[in-house]
Design a protein. Sequence first.
Length: 434
Amino acid sequence: MTPGLPVIVEVTNTLALPYTTGYQRLVRSLVAGLQGPAGDGLDVVPVVWPTELGGYRRLLPDEERRLAAHPPGGRATRRADAFGPLSPIVRGVADLGLARRARAGADLRRRRRALTPDVRALSIDIPPLGSVFLDLEPGWHDPEPRDVLLPRLRASGVHTAVLVADVMPELFPEWFDPSQRRLFGRWLRAHLATTDLFVCISACTERDLQRVARDNGVTRGLRTSVIPLGADFPVVEPAPVALPPSLGRFLLVVGTLEPRKNQRLAVEVFDRLAPRHPDLGLVLVGKEGWLVGDLVAGLRSHPEWGRRLLWLEGVDDAGLAWLYQHAFLTLAPSRYEGLGVPVMEALHHGCPTIASTGGALVEAGDGRVETLDPDDPDALEVLVERHLLDATFHEAATARAAGYRAPSWDDSARRLAELLLGFGEVPPPLVGGR
């Protein structure tokens, strides 16, 4: 049997997180697809960069099992959160460089004690000539900076490809803290300087990537392509989520709490409609992100908190599937999305959906969702109330959702595999002198 094209995929960040967000779902689903029939012709090798080795190694059996499983959605808890009113101060101290280095040093000593010859045997020095390094996860968080790693791979004759979900920190820096902008910018500029293939999750992301490349003075032609993203859940039996009896018809918003997700719009419209519709509820699902401290405080002090207004963290796939199936409407109010998988997931479960026109959400909606400006609470109020009052109108939206046929993750992996197999037809960078 002819050996497949070696494809090295780093999953350090994915395995380090004990929860799943959209990005981790994407990584796990695509790796699984590429390792299956959709990846025929490829030899996909997931790797991690443990600090104790100073380089990549193959996964341990336990890591392979964890990569194959989708953990529940995240809870934004940290040890510093146990200090009550002093938690913000403790978190600030914990984030200081000295504290981070102390924690890293302790982790390194612990890992070195656990390092065995069997683990060392899994190390990978330089990937084989002509192989592909696929930067699939949020690599700006990974241990090896890309402006160091990518030139080294290129000099060793390794092709490079990267998946780009969005370039929001470059387009909307006000939505991110300085450290996020710095890490993402360094990662992106390293790829713009070196990488052979940019795989985008939407036409919107592809256009914005090209725009950012021009703004950064990139003159070489970028090779870009768009792949469809799957919206099929892992096969699980939907599991009921315990909801208070006071929660009747509920609006569902799925996504990490952060400024651009615009959950504030959903809360404002709920506040307007709740007095007129006593059976209306709002359920937010997702971990706490950044720059939303006042939003979180407002939720927890809301008069309907725990009754008609819920914020759920740590929801697994079975619970999320049940919520999609039982929601009255799914709202996707984001000011920008690289695609908007929650819209696709909602439609996949037959849930009528209202989405904003932010970024690629219109693409994700496939002509089956109602859309509006993400900064127009009046329009959203009117539209949600029409659903509440006009059963025929609501049933028509439900029928549109029921007709949706989601791309599968195997479809995504198959298209990505086609792109990667193209590297087998061109000489390695070192040989080609590119």
